[in-house]
Design a protein. Structure first.
Length: 399
């Protein structure tokens, strides 16, 4: 059992910087195998729970939550989506995931995934320090790396571990500890962003709609029976406060116009945000006794719904590798972690890049580009193999 008396160094096997879903899931899986860990997180649980995030889970992510004893709310409060809809030429084209690859995805917000994991760690006696400050990591090139921080009560703390895991998000402090001469930062920005809203309204459609139109891209998603999440394409420098509710609904309805007469169900908008697009991959994901997981090591645009799912994939690779090393002295899995995790990361980057560019329009594009895109969309929706490829990428490749 981890001891953490104030004023004393906390001894543990794995120190985890970041208490989001990736860090908490790793701590949970390690505990199931008798491996001790301590998690430190700058935010408080309520803040994280009330920060609305993306909500599509691959089947493998759902199994991680339900089959490892985290929580089953994803099955009772989430919504199984057996397919999705690509809308172009003002018409809906349904892709049946079950028919194509025999898998579904689940609509379940990331903030609820976090809450399930936070509750599970508390239930199981996991050691998590919330609302910390001044976090620093030292000695990653030694056999006893250390994490120092100030806890919520203002007390200075130190954790001594055998390995440190950086799960501290896209602005990762841990990532910067990998020397520049060792680290390769693969990065690109996109010339468009998403204007996102949360609104009080019934669902407009039972599953997600990815729409390409003359007015640009739009994504129609859901959160619950009474709250919906929707996005439309915008300039990255857009200020959300400059748009009135009337203008927002007019743009969304314009993106959905078509001969089928489809219209969105409108309601009070209570959240507006602009989400910029970027892709990033850090290579390698391990340096001596520091390992990166999730957004600390890679980010993707949200089009392909890969962010949280990729983080869980990292954890699925890393957890057994850490168990084998710390319990059995077998370092082979840990040595191969970066290469193995990056194989899937780059597949997800490719899918996210492809889907993003296929569905969005650019200001400078000509009729050729527009007609080529239509041909690309038809090659998916009109082809059994095209639908299968899209479905396999979207629902998640088999481990």
């Amino acid at each position: 059992m981890v001891q953490h008396t104030p004023g004393q160094t906390i001894q543990t096997q794995v120190g985890i910087v970041g208490g989001g879903p990736a860090g908490l899931m790793l701590s949970h899986l390690l505990a199931r195998e008798g491996i001790e860990s301590v998690v430190v997180e700058t935010r408080d649980p309520e803040t994280i729970r009330n920060t609305h995030r993306a909500g599509i889970l691959e089947a493998a992510s759902v199994r991680m939550l339900t089959e490892t004893g985290v929580q089953g709310r994803v099955l009772t409060e989430g919504h199984e989506h057996r397919g999705t809809t690509l809308r172009y030429d003002g018409e809906n084209h349904h892709i049946d995931f079950q028919d194509a690859v025999g898998q579904s995805v689940w609509l379940y917000p990331q903030n609820e995934v976090f809450w399930d994991l936070a509750q599970a760690r508390e239930r199981d006696g996991g050691v998590v320090f919330w609302s910390v400050a001044d976090t620093a990591v030292r000695g990653i090139e030694t056999d006893s790396p250390r994490i120092t921080f100030t806890d919520a009560e203002g007390t200075g703390r130190e954790i001594q571990a055998q390995i440190v895991v950086g799960a501290d998000g896209s602005r990762s402090m841990c990532r910067q500890l990998i020397p520049e001469e060792v680290r390769t930062d693969n990065f690109m920005e996109y010339p468009f962003a998403w204007f996102g809203i949360l609104c009080e309204a019934p669902p407009s459609w039972p599953e997600l709609i990815y729409a390409n139109s003359d007015a640009g891209f739009a994504l129609i998603s859901q959160r619950s029976d009474t709250v919906q999440r929707m996005y439309f394409q915008c300039d990255p420098e857009t200020n959300a406060d400059d748009w009135t509710d009337e203008q927002i609904w007019a743009r969304l309805q314009e993106c959905m116009q078509g001969p089928d007469g489809f219209e969105l169900k409108e309601g009070r908008i209570f959240d507006k945000t602009v989400l910029k697009f970027r892709s990033y991959v850090c290579e390698p994901l391990r340096h001596h006794n520091l390992v990166l997981v999730g957004d600390a090591g890679h980010t993707v645009p949200p089009t392909g719904a890969k962010g949280l799912n990729l983080a869980f994939c990292d954890v699925r690779v890393l957890a057994p590798a850490l168990v084998a090393w710390l319990r059995d002295g077998d370092e082979s899995g840990l040595a191969g972690y970066s290469a193995k995790a990056l194989e899937r990361v780059w597949k997800a980057q490719n899918f996210s890049y492809w889907a993003t560019n296929m569905m969005h329009t650019r200001q400078d594009e000509n009729p050729f580009a527009q007609k080529r895109r239509r041909g690309e969309l038809r090659s998916i929706t009109d082809s059994e193999r095209g639908r299968a490829y899209f479905s396999e990428c979207y629902t998640g490749w088999q481990d």
